[in-house]
Design a protein around this ligand. Sequence first.
Ligand code: SAM
Length: 320
Amino acid sequence: MGSRDEEVTAELPAAFWERLESWVEPHRLPGVRDSFAQPKRVAFRVNRLSAEPGPVAAELERAGLELRPLPWLAEGFHVADTQRELLTRHPLVELGQIYIHNPSSMLTTLVLAPQPGETVMDLAAAPGGKTLHMAAQMRGEGFLSAVEPVQSRFYKLKDNLRRGGASFVRTYQLDGRQVPRKTGPRFDRILLDAPCSGEARFHTSDPTAHQHWGTRKIRECRGKQAGLIQAAWESLRPGGRLLYCTCSFAPEENEGVVANLLKQMPGPATVVSIDLPIENWQPGLSQWQGESFPEELAGCRRILPDELHDGLFMALLEKA
Ligand code: SAM
């Protein structure tokens, strides 16, 4: 190992690196390792509820920003890390016309694909980046509910939705596990971007992100995720789709949670294989540290982190 590797391992927990090495394909490992110490490009989405990509891009370029478009999303762009401040302080952010958003997060809306007129729920919504993107994708038509139990985060969610002109979204300050009792199985599509150990947010420049990380934290998250995915599943109408995602790499929080749901719902729950317009991903694992997962979990995707994308796990489930 070179000195740069030693520097990186010195800052993030050794157990974290060991776990990564146990599942990342060997030829991808150097890039993945580097991503935890690299400056990241800053991506954003033009909010199509209140603006159009062309004029917004022109205005930002006049302000000196050097935009690169995302090839798979007309309203998605990114800039170099050195332009972070210029972008995040631009008045269009405060006006809600642009939303700083990682491309991996934008992909969740493409994968779940909520349609205008549908009944949709974001079961763990704050601060609301994905809710806002779904609201724009639905063109403000239909029923979109956003659930968040933590008060300060709930207010942040409401604020972001107001700023983004998504007043048709109904917000509920509620534990997501209580939802099916109140609604029954009525939703066409549900996003569960579950609370997790946050491994994909780790970076050597921010020691606070991994301060409380460990197997205990992962186990704790898995318990909560199991309750939430069950609630999401019970709230889904037959034929509906649920996208489960986390910003953790841990198989316990990902394949483990989905496999457990499939075991409880044999038959009605099927895994839909996800197509992504990017290259840096791996299929869901078939086994990890002695635990085997159902073959169909190969249809799940784990986006690998690089200078543009955050890591993200996604599983798309359909109710028969
Ligand atoms: N989807 C959001 C976005 O893109 O802006 C990020 C969601 S974040 C990963 C997970 C959220 O779940 C947090 O805001 C957390 O407070 C919330 N949460 C925690 N426990 C929950 C529960 N029991 N039910 C619903 N949400 C919960």
